[in-house]
Structures are given as C-alpha cells and as structure tokens.
Design a protein around this ligand. Structure first.
Ligand SMILES: NC(=O)c1ccc[n+]([C@@H]2O[C@H](COP(=O)([O-])OP(=O)(O)OC[C@H]3O[C@@H](n4cnc5c(N)ncnc54)[C@H](OP(=O)(O)O)[C@@H]3O)[C@@H](O)[C@H]2O)c1
Length: 334
C-alpha cells in the first residue's frame, strides 16, 4: 500500500565526504528540527518549487564548523552555527531570486551528518542556546519573528491572536510577549492551553469546544478585537480570525494546517480595512536579529520532550503529523 504521507520516499544513503570550496564551510550537524512543511516536501508537495530528485530533507539545523574553504574569514573550526532557511536572502524585502531557495525544498536540507554551507548562509549560535535549541529556529521562529516583529511591528498595547501550540505558534506567542502585547490563545485541549498560559498568554479559548471562537475572542477583548493575528489554520480558521479582528487589524498569513483554500468575505476586508499579508522565514539579517533578541531576553524555544535520532526521521515525521506535540519536534544528529 502506498503511504499517503510519502514516507516511503525517504532513504538513508551514504554520501561522499563533503569538502569546502572557496567561500564555503563544512558543518558537522548536531541537531535538526521538523516543520509541518517537511511533511509536504517528503511527498513532493511543493511540485516544481522543490528539488526534483534526491532531495535531502529538513530546513532547520545547527552544528559546528569543522572546515573552512579558501577566502573564508567569518568562521573557523569549532564555531557553533545555525543555517539560514533562505541562503540566498541576506537582507531587505523578499526578492524573486530568493523564492524557492529554501533548504529542504528548493535546495538540499540538513538531514545529514556533515553539510557544506556558503559562508554567508549561517549565523552564530549564542553560547546560551544548545544545538537543539538553535536547530529549532531557522524556519518556525524566523517566520514567527518576521510576522510579529518585522512585518507586524507588534508593541505594547497590541492584542495578538495566536492559533495552536505548534512550532510557529509558540514562537509567535513568545515574541508577542517580548514586545509587550496582550496575547489571546486558541488551542485544542485544556493541557495545551495551560502551556500557552505558562508562556504568558492572558486569554484562552478551546477551539474544539467553541467552534465560533472568533466571537469568543472578540468578547474576551471587551469588543475591541485583535490588532494582530498569526494565521496558522488557513481554510477552517480564517473566517473566525476575521471575526476576532479590530478594524485595521493585521493578519499574518502563515499556515494552512486545515487546508489551502478559504472562502473570504471580501466586503469585510474592505470595510474593516484589514491588512492580510504573507509572512515567510525572512532574511539572514532578520534571523540574526531574532537570535540576538532571544539571547538578550533569555527566551528559550519550547522543545517537545519526545526526540528522535536521524535514523528515526520517519518516526519523527509521523509523530509531527499526528499533532500530539507541543513546540518543536527535534532530531539529534551528532
Ligand atoms: N509561510 C511560511 O513561510 C511558513 C513558515 C513556517 C510554517 N508555515 C506553515 O505554518 C503552519 C504551521 O507550521 P508548524 O511547523 O508550526 O506546524 P505544527 O508544529 O505541526 O503545528 C500546527 C498546529 O496547528 C494547530 N492547529 C491545527 N488545527 C487547528 C485549528 N483548527 N485551529 C487552530 N489551530 C490549529 C495545532 O495546535 P493545537 O494542537 O494546539 O490545537 C498544531 O499544533 C503550517 O501550515 C506550515 O506549512 C509557513
């Protein structure tokens, strides 16, 4: 029987020892983390946007530099680093050339023991973050940071809606709190909502018990509505999100865990002046800023207790797909 998740496409193979060419470094990978997108990539879900054959999966990894090529002055052996999600996006707004250059999608990813990186496709991993914690950042944290801080400009007095306890969501919660906002959280169980409360969420709604959760969130905000929403659900959540928004509210369109197509009430968007904007993992500079902010504020990623080895990648992806996790599902490599 064909596995609907496409996990039969995953194979463990031996690769030649990587060498650092000019401007490159070799990194011994120590840890990786899983993202919802990896499930899509494994079954070829990104179509022509992904490398067509022999793709090495996973975008998010951290490790230690073990060799530097000619002309590299930024790094030396022993440096602790994490890889950028988009190696071709250094700073500024998204450009066409960077689209499709994501690791574990357009380019080979980090599910390897050693990998060559361009020297400008890495950022330093601060001493107070472990390799696993660093590996949690390049996609989920960077996307949350881009949405909440860089694009959303969230600050004190803002009211931010966070959907669920997955990787992106918990980072978004942490960054919204770091920025001084009031957080409204929805999730599928009392246990998960308690975790969001422990991370600083002030208002909690169980979306399973309250299918009309948009109204409930609006009521909890005493009729003022959300200034920002981090949209993770997509098809089944966007309507409720719009119900929860303040006029002029900013909806960061990030995820589609309930499906990719939604019906939209266009007059509401026009009359309430909502801003609906896509958010991706952002540039290297943006990743650097988020790493600095986490270090300066002592913020640590929420890592799922259950961990996997690289040989167990299939089991890790199956675990992610079941949705029982909170925060980041991580892979130990070295
Ligand atoms: N735009 C980008 O560049 C970008 C970057 C990163 C991720 N993404 C997308 O963002 C989404 C989340 O990624 P992730 O890695 O954080 O996934 P994840 O760790 O698998 O988390 C998904 C979470 O969605 C929540 N959820 C499921 N159904 C929901 C519903 N009906 N209402 C509200 N929440 C619901 C669940 O939280 P509870 O169990 O707590 O309910 C679940 O933990 C995916 O669609 C991914 O493709 C996009």
């Amino acid at each position: 029987m064909v596995d609907p998740m496409g996990l039969e496409n995953l194979h463990i193979v031996d690769l030649p020892e990587p060498q650092a060419g000019p401007g490159e470094v070799v990194v011994a990978m120590k840890a990786a983390s899983l993202n919802f997108r990896d499930l899509l990539a494994v079954k070829g879900g990104y179509g022509s946007m992904q490398k067509q054959e022999k793709l090495i999966p996973l975008s998010d990894g951290a490790g230690e530099v073990i060799a530097v090529g000619p002309g590299v002055s930024a790094w030396k052996a022993g440096d602790r680093v994490l890889g950028c999600f988009f190696p071709d996006w250094q700073a500024g707004p998204l450009r066409r050339e960077a689209v499709g250059t994501d690791l574990g999608g357009g380019y080979d990813g980090v599910a390897v023991e050693k990998r060559v990186f361009r020297s400008d496709a890495l950022v330093p991993l601060p001493d107070d973050l472990s390799f696993v914690e660093g590996a949690a950042l390049p996609c989920a944290a960077a996307t949350a940071w881009n949405a909440v801080i860089e694009k959303g400009g969230v600050g004190p007095g803002d009211r931010v809606l966070i959907q669920g306890t997955g990787g992106v969501s918990l980072f978004a919660l942490q960054f919204a709190k770091m920025a001084g906002a009031e957080v409204f959280a929805i999730s599928s169980s009392a246990e998960k909502l308690a975790l969001m409360q422990a991370q600083g969420a002030q208002h909690l709604v169980n979306y399973k018990d309250e299918p009309e959760w948009g109204k409930a969130v609006m009521k909890l905000s005493r009729g003022r509505g959300m200034t920002h929403a981090i949209e993770i659900g997509g098809a089944e959540t966007l309507k409720q999100t719009m119900r929860s928004m303040a006029p002029g509210g900013f909806i960061a369109m990030i995820g589609m865990v309930t499906g990719p197509k939604a019906e939209m009430n266009l007059p509401i968007i026009a009359m309430q002046e909502f801003k609906l904007e896509g958010a991706t993992a952002g540039s290297r500079l943006s990743l650097q800023r988020l790493v600095d902010a986490m270090a300066a504020n002592g913020v640590k990623p929420v890592i799922e207790d259950k961990r996997f080895g690289l040989d167990d990648l299939k089991a890790g992806l199956e675990y992610l797909a079941r949705g029982e996790h909170v925060g980041k599902v991580c892979i130990d490599i070295g």
